[in-house]
Ligand binder design. Structure first.
Ligand SMILES: Cc1cc2nc3c(=O)[nH]c(=O)nc-3n(C[C@H](O)[C@H](O)[C@H](O)COP(=O)(O)OP(=O)(O)OC[C@H]3O[C@@H](n4cnc5c(N)ncnc54)[C@H](O)[C@@H]3O)c2cc1C
Length: 502
């Protein structure tokens, strides 16, 4: 052999960030890259998984972060199937959520698009809106207005203008808040409700757009379960995907810098302090970290991309999981949403053991009930600065009002508090244009790809899809690089004036 250069040596792809986007990228590389390609996942935390992590409290598995994924967007189910977890997918054992309105829990109406009514009779029957609120909604399809075209607006402003503030406050914001922990007034219609935005391109009615997005009028909602999770918890998905990727997983290693080199990329990894840092060479890099670290790492690559990624804001959230003694007589359904206008700390309550009956499979001892409350909306970071004791006390006190139980709420047998600083990206109006601008700025560097919740969707399936797309991009760029230069290595070395070893 003459010598091994970047056109002949085995490829090395580094994935920065071991959340589900990074792990999905690693597995895609393993599945589709040329034999011998090395994959390394570098993760700053002590374990991989990012926002997917299962913990235990009082002998019951509880999710510290995300609890389930949408089945309608196929990537998460397909990934679970790919790694042999098809038989371990479970769907909710109860259905229907409620919203806390005028001091009482009311069933969320069927037939809405993230709270925008498509079925006006179901909305009326739910009792969630006042008579005045309903009148505005009923009149909306006939009201003149300006189509959205290809523009973007804040969800809250548009819905309030067309359907009234009640629809924002009681339906859209609680539902959007469940996904983004954000305020409807700050979230992009096009990024958070793309189907609705498409339906407004050439006509102004939100109700008609919601109907179009849900299917033809009168058509039923898709059958079958909407969500699924993995028996044993989402950490199983994480570890199984990590294992299947056969990647070298390096945890506890922050990537501190990323630089272009003549033949690829150099990453500076490790702490700046006494532990010291090391450099890692890569032919391609998938950057699957949240916006702030992505912005820092892009600084030496492209200033425009770094600045544009850096403007993305995040909401921080906290979760308080309670294991309570006995089978408590919770209201029917999966849980309750609490509008921000209520002034309550708690923004949602999940009746975990009622929604996901399997979590108590194998539970021994006295019967228990598991409930999870989430707190913290965008801009309410101070809430999470309380210590655990006062946070739990405030949450349990509110539960007594939000979900009153005949005998009151008993003292919990076990409590788990999780705080996620920088949990959920807030896609502000113009988000899709900013993402396109970042990708355009990086177009000259196709062996570097971005993935994760900061860009193309915060849900688990969207993050998986973005990781897979990033993997496809860098592998295709590497294949192009190698096929562009099909001269023999010696020729290439001579043209570059490099020595030929033989
Ligand atoms: C509380 C909560 C509940 C949620 N519930 C749901 C749900 O039920 N269903 C759903 O679909 N989605 C849910 N989501 C959203 C979803 O879980 C996330 O959007 C998704 O998991 C993000 O995946 P990711 O890989 O993009 O990022 P992350 O999970 O954030 O992973 C990024 C990783 O990069 C690492 N990292 C950061 N900087 C560096 C660096 N410099 N060097 C190396 N590593 C670094 C981080 O430590 C992290 O592990 C929830 C999110 C939260 C916070």
């Amino acid at each position: 052999m003459l010598f091994e250069d970047r056109f002949t040596r085995p490829l090395h792809v580094v994935v920065v960030g071991g959340g589900i986007a990074g792990l999905a990228a690693a597995l895609r590389i393993r599945d589709t890259a040329p034999d011998g390609t090395a994959v390394t996942v570098i993760e700053q935390a002590g374990s991989v998984g990012g926002k997917l992590r299962t913990g235990w409290v009082a002998g019951v598995p509880v999710e510290d972060g995300a609890e389930s994924f949408l089945l309608r967007v196929p990537e998460a189910r397909a990934l679970a199937e790919r790694v042999g977890l098809a038989g371990d997918l479970v769907s909710p054992s109860s259905a229907g959520a409620t919203v806390w309105v005028d001091g009482t829990l009311r069933a969320l109406p069927a037939g809405t698009m993230l709270g925008v009514p498509a079925d006006l009779e179901a909305t009326a029957a739910s009792g969630v809106l006042s008579e005045d609120g309903l009148t505005l909604v009923r009149a909306e399809p006939g009201r003149p207005g300006v189509p959205l075209g290809d523009g973007d607006v804040a969800v809250g402003a548009l819905v309030a203008d067309r359907l009234g503030a009640e629809v924002v406050d009681r339906l859209v914001e609680p539902l959007l808040g469940g996904v983004y922990a954000g305020r409807a007034s700050h979230l992009s219609l096009r990024a958070t409700m793309p189907a609705l935005a498409a339906g407004l391109a050439d006509q102004p009615s939100l109700v008609r757009a919601a109907r179009a997005a849900r299917g033809t009028p009168g058509s039923s909602a898709p059958s079958g379960p909407i969500f699924a999770t993995v028996r044993g918890g989402l950490s199983r998905l994480v570890t199984t995907v990590a294992h299947a990727s056969k990647a070298a997983i390096r945890t506890g290693m922050p990537v501190r810098a990323l630089q272009r080199t003549p033949d690829g990329w150099q990453l500076t990894v490790g702490s700046a302090g006494l532990g010291g840092s090391t450099t890692v060479r890569a032919d391609a890099v998938v950057l699957a970290v949240p916006a702030a670290p992505a912005s820092r790492l892009l600084a030496d690559v492209d200033g425009t991309a770094a600045r544009t990624v850096g403007v993305l804001e995040y909401a921080s959230v906290g979760l308080v999981s309670l294991v309570l003694p006995g089978r408590l007589p919770l209201p029917p359904g999966t849980g309750a949403l609490v509008p921000a206008s209520s002034g309550r700390l708690v923004k949602a309550v999940t009746y975990v053991s009622q929604k996901w009956g399997h979590v108590l499979d194998g539970h021994v001892g006295e019967p228990v009930t598991v409930v999870r409350a989430s707190v913290g909306r965008h801009g309410e970071e101070a809430v999470l600065q309380r210590d655990d004791e006062s946070l739990v006390a405030a949450v349990t006190e509110e539960l007594g009002t939000l979900v009153p139980l005949p005998g009151g709420w008993p003292a919990p047998l076990g409590v788990r508090v999780n705080r996620w600083g920088g949990a959920l990206p807030q896609y502000a109006p113009g988000h899709l244009d900013r993402v396109a601008a970042v990708r355009a700025a990086l177009a000259a560097e196709p062996t570097l790809a971005l993935a994760g919740a900061a860009y193309d969707g915060v849900g688990i399936p969207a993050c998986i899809r973005s990781g897979q797309a990033a993997a496809d991009q860098v592998l295709s760029a590497l294949a192009d690089e190698r096929s562009r230069d099909d001269r023999v290595p010696a020729e290439r070395a001579l043209t570059r004036g490099e020595p030929v070893h033989g």
